[in-house]
Ligand binder design. Structure first.
Ligand code: CDP
Length: 211
């Protein structure tokens, strides 16, 4: 059986943690597609180019290597903000599409999380979930994550970053952040990680039961 699960949603909505746990539950490989955009931004800057340099960003996207995605430098609001700038470039998105589709096409399937998985990357995914949470809950989660790593970033700066990034991701013309018409919705504002996972599994079972 092949099972492709698409999990989309805004920054810090909980989609990454949920995707990792869902993938483990079904023994499926997981791709955090945000890392691809973060890595493209990292490589553009390392090559001395500007983030809105289309040719440089497209070349970086075409040259992306899976083994460079496990990089602590890709975490954090600066990398996320830079990612959302290269993510607006249609040539970058096109260059990353093959990589993501090949990942999704593995035997047995895969779990992918991002902004456009249910709409563009895997429109035929068996399960699509769009995960949201209030701006404040998301900023608070990021704040605790950074604190846990001993990093000193203010809650207000994180809230500003999340709102700016959401606006950029929703407003872009190519593959904007959007729930697919056939996506199920999960609001995690009032849920802790375990409750969110339980709610997610209920949605997935409901969907699989109706297939
Ligand atoms: O972890 P967080 O939700 O903060 O961000 P991320 O998923 O790592 O994504 C970083 C940025 O990459 C987003 O703000 C988007 O601009 C971009 N992105 C995208 O455009 N499409 C995707 N499928 C995934 C990420």
């Amino acid at each position: 059986m092949t099972l492709i699960i698409a999990i989309d949603g805004p920054a810090a909505s909980g989609k990454g943690t949920l995707a990792r746990r869902v993938a483990a539950h079904f023994s499926l490989p997981w791709l955090d597609t945000g890392l691809l955009y973060r890595a493209v931004a990292r490589d553009v800057l390392a090559n001395g180019a500007a983030l809105d340099d289309v040719a440089a960003a497209e070349a970086a996207a075409r040259a992306i290597l899976a083994e460079t995605l496990d990089d602590p430098a890709l975490r954090g609001p600066k990398a996320g903000d830079a990612a959302s700038i290269v993510a607006k470039i249609p040539e970058v998105r096109a260059a990353l599409l093959d990589y993501q589709r090949a990942f999704a096409g593995q035997d047995g399937g895969a779990v992918l999380d991002g902004r456009d998985i249910g709409t563009v990357v895997c429109p035929g995914a068996h399960v699509k979930v769009f995960v949201t949470a209030s701006d404040e809950a998301r900023a608070q989660r990021r704040f605790l994550e950074h604190q846990g790593r001993g990093e000193n970033i203010s809650y207000d700066d994180l809230l500003t970053d999340i709102r700016q990034r959401d606006a950029r991701d929703r407003g872009r013309s190519t593959a904007p952040m959007l729930a697919a018409r056939d996506a199920m919705h999960l609001d995690t504002t009032e849920l802790d990680a375990n409750q969110a996972f339980d709610a997610m599994m209920t949605l997935i079972r409901t969907r699989l039961g109706s297939l």
